[in-house]
Design a protein around this ligand. Structure first.
Ligand code: LMR
Length: 397
């Protein structure tokens, strides 16, 4: 019976991991998948994570299930990290939280919850957005519509168009997927004033913010990167958060994330937790624990916490240093806009104004791997080869 299956469509990011891995050129530059790489091109286990693992190994006495909503310490501490420990959001009892299988698992659980609460909701996503948003959220059956976000020509956010589209066409009860920071794939983030305007618009129109916060700590810093989320939580009565520990804890393959729903009452929060738990049970039964236990240990222990924050800050500073270096190397006559956009944008990603053909040329002629959309992961670059990278980019443009 399986011969009747249709071939699975290719996935741009998964495909690029394979292509880059197969290239034997020692000078290849892999700017494809969004994984942090250090100066040696490695993605080591963070020192704080290693220490937490050592402790966990010594202390763990059982592998029994931890419960349908996951590790309660992780859920509490990670929510506090995202929303602020003393925030009204956390202390009000109106927050439903559950551990999820990475940010993707959180997005899926969040979308399922939205569908259960409002089967007529449309989910609005930015143009462009992470390539997996539509498949992940669309798998729930919820319709998805695009809102304008980034102008590839001017390399800036089309904020007026974004607001106009949502104001005119989104209906009360629709969800709007917003990238909390380090927009994937563009790196173009909303300013504080724009977050305020979006929060006001959400409130006025009765729209539900659905915040994807997968890169907290890699833009302007942990608290700064939660600015939009916290503002929305203060202004809007309800929201859904899908957060990830993949990048900021380097826990990629452990699949740790958090789904949170801010509701209007402790009673509604309990109902939301019940439905998230039921959805989890129907999808994977019980969540895994290892990665969440590490996150909880790091966040609970002041020494590990400080060490982790320092390591995360080093990663952030390195990414920003690479942004400046690439921007300077690309800063030739006629390319000023691209150079300026690189330093203004945040986090791992920027969208270069290259065509799919030019991206292909960079791969085949220079072993430089980026997505056909022009997305680069700056964290895959190295200072000593940044001039070569810039020269190759300029040569294909
Ligand atoms: C990315 O955007 O490259 C990452 O989020 C990894 C992935 O799974 O796509």
């Amino acid at each position: 019976m399986f011969e009747s299956l249709k071939p699975a469509p290719p996935d741009a990011i998964v495909g690029m991991i394979k292509l880059a891995a197969a290239d034997q050129n020692p000078d290849k530059i892999d700017l494809g998948v969004g994984i942090y790489q250090d100066q040696a091109g490695a993605t080591p286990v963070m020192a704080a994570v290693k220490q937490a693992e050592t402790r966990l190994l010594a202390e763990e006495t059982s592998k029994k299930y931890i419960g349908i909503l996951g590790n309660p310490d992780f859920n509490r501490l990670f929510s506090e990290l995202m929303f602020g420990a003393d925030s009204k959001t956390v202390t009000s009892g109106r927050l439903a939280v559950a551990q999820a299988a990475g940010g993707s698992g959180a997005l899926r659980l969040g979308a399922e919850l939205i569908k259960l609460a409002n089967p007529h909701a449309t989910v609005w996503v930015s143009t462009p957005t992470w390539a997996n948003h539509q498949p992940l959220i669309g798998s729930t059956g919820l319709p998805i519509k695009p809102y304008p976000y980034y102008n590839k020509q001017t390399q800036t956010i089309d904020f007026d168009e974004m607001c106009a589209e949502l104001r005119t066409h989104a209906k009360a009860g629709d969800a709007v997927l917003l990238h909390g920071c380090c927009h994937n794939p563009t790196g173009a983030d909303l300013t504080h004033a724009q977050w305020q305007a979006i929060a006001d618009l959400m409130l006025e129109k009765g729209l539900l913010p659905f915040v994807d916060l997968a890169y907290a700590g890699l833009g302007d810093g942990l608290d700064e990167d939660s600015y939009g989320l916290r503002l929305l939580a203060d202004i809007c009565p309800e929201l859904v958060l899908a957060a990830s520990c993949s990048k900021n804890f380097g826990l990629y393959k452990e699949r740790v994330g958090l789904v949170a729903a801010l509701t209007t009452s402790p009673k509604a929060a309990k109902l939301a937790e019940g439905q998230i738990g039921l959805t989890m049970r129907r999808m994977i039964s019980m969540p895994p624990d290892h990665g969440a236990a590490l996150g909880a240990k790091i966040l609970a222990d002041p020494v590990l916490n400080t060490e982790w924050r320092t390591e995360l800050e080093d990663m952030r500073v390195r990414i920003n240093g690479l942004r400046v270096a690439l921007s300077q190397a690309l800063s030739v006559q006629g390319r000023e806009q691209m150079a300026a956009a690189l330093v203004a944008q945040k986090g791992m990603f920027s969208l270069l104004p290259v065509t799919p053909e030019q991206a292909e040329k960079l791969r085949s002629e220079h072993s430089i791997y980026l997505l056909n959309s022009g997305r680069i992961n700056i964290a895959g670059a190295k200072f000593e080869t940044i001039e070569r990278l810039a020269d190759c980019i300029l040569s294909v443009l």
